[in-house]
Design a binder for this molecule. Structure first.
Ligand code: PEP
Length: 245
C-alpha cells in the first residue's frame, strides 16, 4: 500500500504564506516524483484559492474539520458537501486540539465521520492518549475506546494515532511505542470491521520531523504520517515525503 504524508497547517497561513508554501512544495515535488500520496490541509480560508495549485502539483487537498450536517443554522460552521464542492478530498476529524478546545466527544467525531463519508471525502480520524493516561498505563485502553466510539459502521477512511503528549513537543513516540500501538490499532480495526480493517491506513502523528521520520515510516502497520509543525515549511516537509515508500 502507498504511504500517505498529510500536512496539518492548523491555524496558520495568510494568503501570501500559503501561496509561497504550495509553490515551494510544487517546485520540490516536481523534481522528486514522490511515491507517497501527499495531502495538505490548510485553514478553510485558503482551500478555494489553493485548490487548483495543489491539484496541479500532484498533491491532494484536505480540510481540518467539518460539521455533521449538510447545511442549516450553524453559524460559522462548514459542511462536508461544501468542502467536496471545492475539490477537497480529505478531512481531519477528532484532532486532539478540537476534542480539547471544542469539547468534541467520540460521538461528535463519529457523526462528522459519517457526514464526511456521505460527501465522498476521506476522513482522517485522530485518536491518542494524553500524558496522564499514558502514565497510568492506559494508552491502549484509551485508544481502543476512541476507535470504538469515533468510527461508524462501514468506516472508510484513515486512522491517525497521535499521542497528545507528543504533539508539538519535539518529542515523538519511540519506535517501539509506535509499533505496539499500530499493531493494537490494526487488531482493533480488524475486530471492528473484519477484513476491511486490514486495509484501513494507519498514520502516526506527533513531532514527526526529518530526523525521526526514517525510524517511524518503516514501522509495520504505519502507512504514513500526519504532520503539524514540519508541514509549514517546504524544506521541512519534503524530506518526509522523500522518506515515504
Ligand atoms: C498534529 O497536531 O497533528 C501534529 C502532528 O503536530 P506536530 O507534528 O507539530 O507534533
Amino acid at each position: 500500500m502507498k504511504q500517505i504524508i498529510v500536512g496539518n497547517w492548523k491555524m496558520n497561513g495568510l494568503c501570501a504564506d500559503a501561496d509561497a508554501l504550495v509553490d515551494g512544495l510544487a517546485a520540490e515535488l516536481a523534481t522528486l516524483s514522490p511515491r507517497a500520496d501527499v495531502v495538505v490541509c490548510p485553514p478553510f480560508t485558503q482551500l478555494a484559492r489553493l485548490a487548483p495549485k495543489v491539484r496541479q502539483a500532484g498533491m491532494k487537498l484536505g480540510a481540518q474539520d467539518c460539521h455533521k450536517d449538510k447545511s442549516g443554522a450553524h453559524t460559522g460552521d462548514i459542511s462536508a458537501p461544501m468542502l467536496a464542492d471545492l475539490g477537497v478530498e480529505y478531512v481531519i476529524l477528532g484532532h486532539s486540539e478540537r476534542r480539547a478546545e471544542h469539547h468534541e466527544l467520540d460521538e461528535t467525531v463519529r457523526e462528522k465521520t459519517v457526514a464526511a463519508m456521505a460527501a465522498g471525502l476521506t476522513p482522517i480520524v485522530c485518536v491518542g492518549e494524553n500524558d496522564d493516561q499514558r502514565s497510568a498505563g492506559d494508552s491502549q485502553a484509551t485508544v481502543g475506546w476512541q476507535l470504538e466510539g469515533s468510527l461508524p459502521q462501514g468506516f472508510r477512511g484513515i486512522v491517525a494515532y497521535e499521542p497528545i503528549w507528543a504533539i508539538g513537543t519535539g518529542q515523538a513516540a519511540s519506535q517501539q511505542d509506535i509499533a505496539d500501538m499500530a499493531a493494537f490499532i490494526r487488531a482493533e480495526l480488524v475486530r471492528q470491521f473484519g477484513d476491511a480493517g486490514k486495509t484501513i491506513q494507519i498514520l502516526y502523528g506527533g513531532s514527526v520531523n526529518a530526523r525521526n521520520v526514517t525510524d517511524i515510516l518503516p514501522v509495520e502497520h504505519v502507512d504514513g504520517a500526519l504532520v503539524g509543525n514540519a508541514s509549514l515549511k517546504a524544506d521541512a516537509f519534503v524530506p518526509l515525503v522523500r522518506a515515504a515508500r
